[in-house]
Write a protein that binds this ligand. Sequence first.
Ligand SMILES: NC(=O)c1ccc[n+]([C@@H]2O[C@H](COP(=O)([O-])OP(=O)(O)OC[C@H]3O[C@@H](n4cnc5c(N)ncnc54)[C@H](O)[C@@H]3O)[C@@H](O)[C@H]2O)c1
Length: 416
Amino acid sequence: MWKENGQEAAASTVRRAAVLGAGIMGGGIAYQSALRGTPVVMKDITAASLDLGMREAGRLLGKQVSGGKMTGEAAQAVLSSIVPTLDYGGFGTVDVVVEAVVESLGIKRGVLAEVEALVPAHAVLASNTSSLSITDLAANLKRPENFVGMHFFNPVPSMPLVEVIRGERTSAAAVATVVDYARRLGKTPVVVADCPGFLVNRILTAYILAFLRLVRDGVDFVAIDKAMEAYGWPMGPAYLQDVVGMDTASHVIDVIGKGYASRLKIDGEHAVALMARAGRLGQKSGVGFYRYVRDDKGRPVKSPADDTHALLAMIQPGGTRAMDAEEIVARMMLPMVIEAAHCLESGVAASAADIDMSLVLGLGFPRQIGGALHHADALGAREVLAACERLADLGDLYRPTAGMVLLAERNGRYFE
Ligand SMILES: NC(=O)c1ccc[n+]([C@@H]2O[C@H](COP(=O)([O-])OP(=O)(O)OC[C@H]3O[C@@H](n4cnc5c(N)ncnc54)[C@H](O)[C@@H]3O)[C@@H](O)[C@H]2O)c1
């Protein structure tokens, strides 16, 4: 059951699922569905991709068996409930299709229209897009009410959050069905509105913009990482960009930033774009902000990259400057609080609790702090507003929302 605007919609149970695309995400979603008892058809356009997807599922199941979590027979049964296919065989009886093909509006639209004609009329189509609008993707569908976003995080088996995105024409019943399916997969769904970056990556972008501004202002990225790790983040923002990869990170910053131009904008070339241009893609290329060598188990281990500071000097017009950890944390966290407040005030998520839970589960926001809005409460609404005023010269990234001003006036809290 899903309740929205006072209306309740019943979920229809997903008994059979299909996944389009057997890549990093599609393969993970198919594995998770089968593991949790919903058989799945997995379609790709190349046999090599299907083989890769099946091998990965086999490897993950092998780990379950060697870890004593599953018998060999049970693992075999799970594996055989994933049916790889190069055609649409089996799509006539599925209740949900999760689309996870390449991130292209044209290709996704084409694939979705093709599959819509083959599935039962009740079936829900869900896209795992990370940057395209759900409303735009639905433009040429015959049953746009049955179309919804279902945004998983990478790696699918271990990341607990799924954003369920309501497009303009998505029905409450489609949302209910996907919320229920996400729970069956053992995930925590959060229902969000269709906006650039949805909820989690939108708020992350504000945080990364704060990082890029600090670097441009001459602050040492190692000092920023140290300050944020001491605050409680599992990794600092420079290290995070190395893990994500500069090409991907740069694309995300540009695409989401465009959606909020005045606020999530940085003038001139930023550090991540500079790294990408220099071919320093992060862990995957062996060097980004840091340098990486593989340990004897093949895991990347980070060490300082001596030439990074010289490279960054190209985008630090005022040279370098020292900044204490407290100020770094203030400059990093405030844009996150502000973006979370925007999401709350414009109804992107239903509640402050949904926003903070999503940041903890989707981003690894320090659990002991509890999320951006818990952080704001811990500081106090008046203190947050005073920090915005103090940093006002830094531009719109630090401009408080109307709701933040009102909250400070009554000295209120997000969590009473
Ligand atoms: N990788 C991530 O971290 C991540 C996280 C969240 C969402 N996403 C989104 O998930 C989607 C897939 O990303 P990925 O990283 O798994 O990509 P990927 O390149 O690993 O996999 C894409 C797969 O789709 C297949 N494909 C292409 N056209 C197809 C078609 N017409 N029909 C069926 N299969 C087709 C390709 O052969 C490939 O196997 C993208 O929309 C991406 O934005 C990715």
